[in-house]
Design a protein around this ligand. Structure first.
Ligand SMILES: C[S@@+](CC[C@H](N)C(=O)[O-])C[C@H]1O[C@@H](n2cnc3c(N)ncnc32)[C@H](O)[C@@H]1O
Length: 261
């Protein structure tokens, strides 16, 4: 069985390859998006294609310290920087972070990047940030309670964690039947792991050796984990999965706005 650090290394390399493959979550924003953001007209996604509610953010981002957590790809980070925030983008994939530096250089934006595993934010001191923006990426992390504890530690009092994550119920279905035959067949129990729930031969046949490994965490770990880390919940949202047939029946993603009191 793969160790958790090996999983993170695998997923870091896998996301590097997603950049080459043109995955939509690796495509940098255009100059037009940045020009509008500089004028105060901006919107970024936390879940699916749904704009994050504007009132989940502080009214004025100028001068605020923002961590884009596992948020590489030249998407949310540069927009928040153009809106005036001091942005650090943290991600496991070097190529994803290159995308953020590419947009920053193209647009003359100041933005920092740091490479690492979302479970370990020791690169940052306690109380370093006013806002953590964490789009749907903990599906690639084998354990998430350490992530919530680290987010709580690096936030200042009164700071907010905006997090998007998968509806775990998506993981109960047989993926082959769903993606290739359009059938919803219940197969897996939760919490789900690509490594324990699929025979290796089937996983390699369905996804190939270079695909990121996915984990379907329970709501107890997603929401309970944030509460146990010391957050209070101040906002909740949902959105359909952007690509699955499950979107006819249930949300694909949930989003939380959590505050550090
Ligand atoms: C779906 S992309 C999210 C970024 C994208 N800009 C978005 O809008 O959702 C998932 C990201 O999580 C990162 N990632 C995966 N495992 C990670 C880990 N353990 N620590 C930090 N980042 C990780 C990947 O490199 C990838 O950039």
């Amino acid at each position: 069985m793969m160790k958790t650090n090996d999983i993170v290394a695998h997923n870091s390399a896998a996301w590097d390859k997603q950049v080459d493959g043109g995955n939509e979550w690796t495509v940098p924003v255009t100059p037009e998006v940045i020009a509008k953001a500089r004028q105060g007209d901006w919107s970024i996604v936390l879940i699916g294609y749904k704009p994050t509610p504007r009132n989940w953010f502080p009214a004025d981002l100028r001068g605020l310290d923002v961590l884009g957590l596992a948020s590489g790809g030249g998407q949310q980070g540069p927009v928040l920087a153009a809106a005036g925030a001091n942005v650090t983008v943290f991600d496991a994939s070097a190529r994803q972070l290159e995308r953020d530096r590419f947009v920053a250089a193209r647009e003359g934006l100041t933005l920092s990047t740091a490479q690492g595993d979302m479970r370990d934010l020791s690169a940052f001191a306690d109380a370093s940030f006013d806002l953590v923006f964490h789009p749907v990426s903990n599906v690639f992390c084998p354990e998430i309670r350490p992530v919530w504890r680290e987010c709580h530690r690096v936030l200042r009092r009164g700071g907010a964690l905006l997090a998007g994550f998968m509806n775990p119920d998506l993981f109960i279905f047989d993926l082959d039947a769903m993606d290739n035959r359009g059938e919803l067949i219940v197969r897996h129990s939760l919490p789900y792991s690509d490594l324990t729930h699929l025979p290796e031969e089937e996983r390699l046949r369905l996804f190939g050796p270079d695909a990121p490994l996915e984990f379907g965490h329970t709501l107890a770990d997603q929401i309970g984990g944030q509460l146990d880390a010391g957050f209070v919940l101040a906002g909740f949202d949902e959105a359909p999965h952007h690509a699955q047939i499950t979107s006819k029946y249930m949300p694909g993603y949930y989003a939380t706005r959590a505050l550090k009191p």
